[in-house]
Write a protein that binds this ligand. Structure first.
Ligand SMILES: Cc1ncc(COP(=O)(O)O)c(C=O)c1O
Length: 411
C-alpha cells in the first residue's frame, strides 16, 4: 500500500486488526489496521493525547524486551549484533530526521536537560547576557527561566495573545544584549509554530544563540535545523518519537561544539598525570581531553533501554514518513473542527495545517471534564490555560476516535 492510500484508508481503520510485527518491526508500507493494532491502548480508549506522550506500541515493547535480554545475558552473538547496530545508529537516525549529522547529536536525559546545557554553558550568560523567550515556551522551561530571573539574571518573556506569539514581537525583543533565544518550535499549548528562520537570523545578527525545544515537532513536523538556523535543539523521545521517558536527544551545530558552547560533563576525558596514577607528568595536573563531537555533551551512562525504544520509534517514523504522519493528524483535527459546536468552543490553534495540536478554549471546561470522566476518551484539559482542551491525534487514531470525542464535546 502506498502512503497516499494509507492516509485515505487510515481515516477508516478498524480496531483490533491482526498484529503482524515479527521481531517488533512492521512490514514496509504497513496497512492502517496493522499500525493501529500495534497500540493496545487504542483497543480500550479513544486516546487523543499524543502531545502528552505516546501510548507504548507493540513494536517499541519488542525492542525493550530485546534490550532486556542484552542486560540479562550480555552482548554475545545475535544480541550484541542487534544492540550495537541500534546504539551506533541512533544518533544518525535522529540526525536524518532533523537535517543534521550524526556527530551533531548526543544522548541527554530529556528536553530540559538539553536546554540546561546551554543555560549553564554559554559564556555570555555568565556575564550578564539576556535570555529571550516567550509565553508559549514549555511551562517547565518558563519555570526555570523565572527562577533565573528572580536570581538576578536578565530574562525577557515576550507575550503573545494566548494563541500565538507574533514573530515581530520576538524580533523586536532581540538586541545586542541578547545571549540566548530559547523557544519551543511547536507550542504544546496551542500548536503555534515558531518562525525559527526569522528568529535565528535576528539572533545571529546580534551574536546570540538559538535553542529550540523540538519535542512537539520531531517525528511529526518536518524539522531542518540547518535551514531553520537553529544552533542547539533537544527533545525527549516519549511523544512523537514513540519511545519512553528518560531518553532525550540533543543537537549542537558543529560550529558551536566545544567553543561557543563549552562542555564539562563527559566522564572519562581526564587523566591524572602524576604518580601513582602515571609514571610521569607535572604533579597535581589532570589532562582534559573532551570527546571530538557532540558526544562531549553526554552526561555519562544514559538510559540505554530508552534508546532501544527510541530506535524502534525512529524506524517506524522512517517507514511511514513524517509528512504522512502529520497529514493524518491534520486530517483528523480538521474533522474535529468541522464537528464541534462553535458556540461552545473557540479554536485557539493558529497553525492547524502545520502541527498535530488542536487546542480549544471551552466555555464550560468543568462540564466537559465531567463528561470526559464518564467516557473512554483521553485528551488533555486545563494546565496552561484555565479553559484549555488540547487534542493531539496521531497515526494510531481514526475517525471512530474523533466521533467518540465529538459526542463528548457536543454532549
Ligand atoms: C514543549 C514541551 N517541552 C518539553 C516538554 C517535556 O520536557 P522534558 O523532556 O524535559 O521532560 C514537554 C512535555 O510536555 C513539552 O510539551
Amino acid at each position: 500500500m502506498r502512503r497516499k492510500e494509507f492516509l485515505a484508508v487510515g481515516m477508516a481503520a478498524a480496531v483490533g486488526a491482526r498484529v503482524d510485527a515479527p521481531g517488533g518491526h512492521l512490514r514496509p508500507d504497513p496497512a492502517p489496521q496493522d499500525i493501529r493494532s500495534q497500540f493496545p491502548r487504542l483497543h480500550g480508549e479513544a486516546f487523543l493525547n499524543g502531545g502528552g506522550g505516546t501510548p507504548l506500541s507493540t513494536f517499541t515493547q519488542a525492542a525493550i524486551e530485546r534490550y532486556m535480554d542484552v542486560a540479562r545475558f550480555g552482548t554475545g552473538g545475535e544480541r550484541g549484533a542487534w544492540w550495537f547496530d541500534v546504539w551506533d545508529g541512533i544518533r544518525g537516525r535522529f540526525a536524518s530526521l532533523i537535517g543534521a549529522s550524526a556527530h551533531e547529536v548526543a544522548p541527554v536525559e530529556c528536553t530540559k536537560a538539553g536546554e540546561q546545557i546551554v543555560l549553564d554553558g554559554l559564556p555570555r550568560l555568565q556575564t550578564g547576557g539576556t535570555v529571550v523567550t516567550n509565553d508559549l515556551h514549555f511551562q517547565g522551561s518558563l519555570h526555570n527561566l523565572e527562577g533565573r530571573r528572580r536570581a538576578g539574571h536578565p530574562v525577557v518573556v515576550v507575550r503573545g495573545d494566548g494563541s500565538r506569539v507574533p514573530t515581530q514581537r520576538m524580533l523586536d525583543a532581540i538586541d545586542d544584549r541578547t545571549a540566548l533565544v530559547t523557544v519551543s518550535l511547536v507550542s504544546n499549548v496551542t500548536g503555534h509554530v515558531e518562525d525559527l528562520r526569522a528568529i535565528s537570523e535576528a539572533a545571529h545578527r546580534h551574536g546570540a544563540v538559538v535553542f529550540a525545544d523540538i519535542i512537539q515537532a520531531a517525528g511529526i513536523v518536518p524539522v531542518d535545523v540547518e535551514a531553520m538556523g537553529v544552533d542547539v535543539a533537544a527533545c525527549s523521545t516519549y511523544k512523537w518519537l514513540f519511545g519512553i521517558h528518560g531518553a532525550g536527544l540533543l543537537y549542537v551545530a558543529e560550529r558551536h561544539q566545544g567553543s561557543t558552547l563549552p562542555d564539562t560533563l563527559w566522564p572519562g576525558g581526564a587523566r591524572r598525570l602524576y604518580e601513582p596514577f602515571a609514571e610521569s607528568g607535572e604533579p597535581g595536573t589532570l589532562s582534559f581531553t573532551p570527546r571530538e563531537d557532540a558526544d562531549r555533551y553526554r552526561p555519562g551512562h544514559v538510559n540505554y533501554l530508552g534508546y532501544a525504544a527510541a530506535d524502534a520509534g525512529l524506524r517506524f517514523i522512517e517507514t511511514v514518513g513524517v509528512d504522512a504522519l502529520l497529514a493524518h493528524s491534520v486530517a483528523l483535527n480538521r474533522r474535529i473542527v468541522e464537528g464541534i459546536d462553535r458556540d461552545r468552543y473557540e479554536v485557539l490553534s493558529p497553525h492547524l495545517d502545520r502541527s498535530p495540536i488542536l487546542s480549544l478554549a471551552a466555555r464550560d471546561l468543568a462540564a466537559v471534564r465531567g463528561r470526559l470522566a464518564q467516557s473512554d476518551v483521553v485528551v488533555s484539559t486545563g494546565g496552561d490555560r484555565h479553559d484549555l482542551i488540547r487534542i493531539s491525534p496521531a497515526i494510531y487514531n481514526d475517525e471512530s476516535d474523533v466521533d467518540r470525542l465529538l459526542e463528548v464535546l457536543n454532549g
